[in-house]
Write a protein that binds this ligand. Structure first.
Ligand code: F6P
Length: 364
């Protein structure tokens, strides 16, 4: 008979999102109450795993954290054990320190590592699994860009934040007869822009999957003006780009599993609209507000289901999987499959079609 798992390690990696604390709580409660396991919380994602920073998590540690945004364990979207900066001879060089990670976990006596992460962290999890470490993944990200799950937790809360922002921009746009541009996050996928744009009644939605032209964007705004609508709302995903141009990169972080940070396209779109239409235009960048705040009930429930399901997999010694929502069930998907490619908006899909049917422009 297979040995019973007694100790699991848990880390939250990559950009934070609402619902991480709900996952931590579910993992700790299920592990302790159902299986009598010990849970070791790794601090600050892979960084804590490399540097050996961790603490045991008790039921008291997770009491009251369900509605709190962020992660009590801390996180980072910079440190990758397969590409880690160390100083040698006064110079910064990049080293594979994954053996150190395996040694640290072995010294801890942790038999399983649960990685709560997005694409970058789960890819690292997949590589560690390939090296022989028993890993289980839990999909989180506001971007909703993971292939094998219907939805990631964190997305719903970000969507509510972005939709509320559009609602607020609507009233001031209407009063001042302005164009309001809202830049939202999402990396290489347009899910937040598309769904918040639909929920908030945007007039133009620009997403990475549908490159746009300024002519078409402005034509839509002028068409509205000619029909008596003196204001317009334009939602721009940070990864949106004009046809024939590259995405706008804000910064580059070489040690990160995904080194590119996007941002800045909203400002360019706003300037072009004002110059081409003569309509006063303002730009809002929603930024990290989308990652904060208390998780919605949907995200709390999904995070709780994912956390409990991951511990059940650990107890069954089924490693190398990510838990996924295949409505209405939570099911394991091989990590390899989960990170094979990003889930992006289909330009021919039903959501885009619906948006077009009700008159929303995509600038194409
Ligand atoms: O992946 C989550 C996310 O918020 C993206 O939407 C965004 O592009 C990125 O992280 C921002 O990263 P940082 O927190 O490093 O600015």
């Amino acid at each position: 008979m297979a040995l019973q798992v007694k100790k699991i390690a848990l880390l939250t990696g990559g950009g934070d999102c609402p619902g991480l604390n709900a996952v931590i709580r579910a993992v700790v409660k299920t592990a302790i109450r159902r299986y009598d396991m010990e849970v070791i919380g790794i601090e600050d994602g892979f960084s804590g795993l490399i540097q050996g920073r961790y603490r045991s998590l008790s039921l008291a540690d997770v009491s009251g954290i369900l509605p709190r945004g962020g992660t009590i364990l801390g996180t980072t979207n910079r440190d990758n054990p397969f590409h880690y900066p160390v100083v040698e001879g006064g110079k910064k060089v990049w080293r594979d320190v994954s053996d150190q990670v395996l040694a640290n976990l072995a010294a801890l006596g942790a038999e399983v590592l649960i990685v709560v992460g997005g694409d970058g962290s789960l890819k690292i999890g997949k590589e560690l699994f390939a090296k022989g470490l028993p890993v289980i993944g839990i999909p989180k990200t506001i971007d909703n860009d993971l292939l094998s799950t219907d939805i990631t937790f964190g997305f719903d809360t970000a969507l509510v934040t972005a939709t509320e922002a559009i609602d607020k921009l609507h009233t001031t746009a209407e009063s001042h007869h302005r164009v309001m541009v809202l830049e939202v996050m999402g990396r290489y996928a347009g899910w937040i822009a598309l769904e918040a744009g639909l929920a908030g009644g945007a007039d133009v939605i620009l997403i990475p999957e549908i490159p746009f032209t300024y002519e078409r964007v402005c034509a839509k705004i002028l068409e509205r003006r000619d029909a008596g609508k003196k204001f317009s709302i334009v939602v721009v995903a940070e990864g949106a780009r004009p046809q024939g141009e590259e995405m706008v990169v804000q910064r580059y972080i070489p040690e990160s599993a995904d080194p590119v940070r996007l941002g800045g396209i909203g400002q360019r779109v706003g300037e072009e609209i004002e110059a081409r239409t003569g309509i006063e235009t303002r730009v809002t960048v929603l930024g990290h507000l989308q990652r904060g705040g208390s998780p919605t009930p949907f995200d709390r429930i999904l995070a709780t289901r994912f956390g409990a399901a991951a511990v059940r997999l650990a107890a069954e010694r089924r490693f190398g999987y990510m838990v996924a929502l295949h409505t209405p069930r939570i099911e394991p998907v091989p990590l390899e499959e989960a990170v094979r490619e990003l889930k992006r908006v289909s330009p021919e899909g039903e959501l885009v079609r619906t948006a077009r049917d009700i008159g929303i422009g995509f600038g194409d």
